[in-house]
Design a protein. Sequence first.
Length: 133
Amino acid sequence: ELINLRIKDVERISVPKLFELKNDREIADLQSLTFGSHDSLLQEYVENGSSIVIRFDTTWDCYITVTFDGVVEADFKEKVGQILESEIKKTDEGFSFTVLGGFAGWIDGCDYEAEMGEPYIKCKRIFWQIEIA
């Protein structure tokens, strides 16, 4: 639905609907829409029970909010400030979101230095929402 939207034809769009990733095609659509989160900055990071919600500032006048629901395992917050490349994969348990390249940075008022290893989140479901400024 949203992928067919022509961004240059709108001044500002906020889509209140949360989209749930269900298959590889939808993963590819989200990765295409966000350019693999290239140059995204973490604007907000919230852990809420078994969910992690991250609001990404894409640096190209667009915000993507991603909800990782039913988090099974995560090693993320202290490792990421800016994402250069990421991937989402469908797994037997649900989904895996991995940052393949990035920099440490400023999140929730803390300046994190880079730690070793690829940041990741493994979860049962992923929902996302977009706001185009």
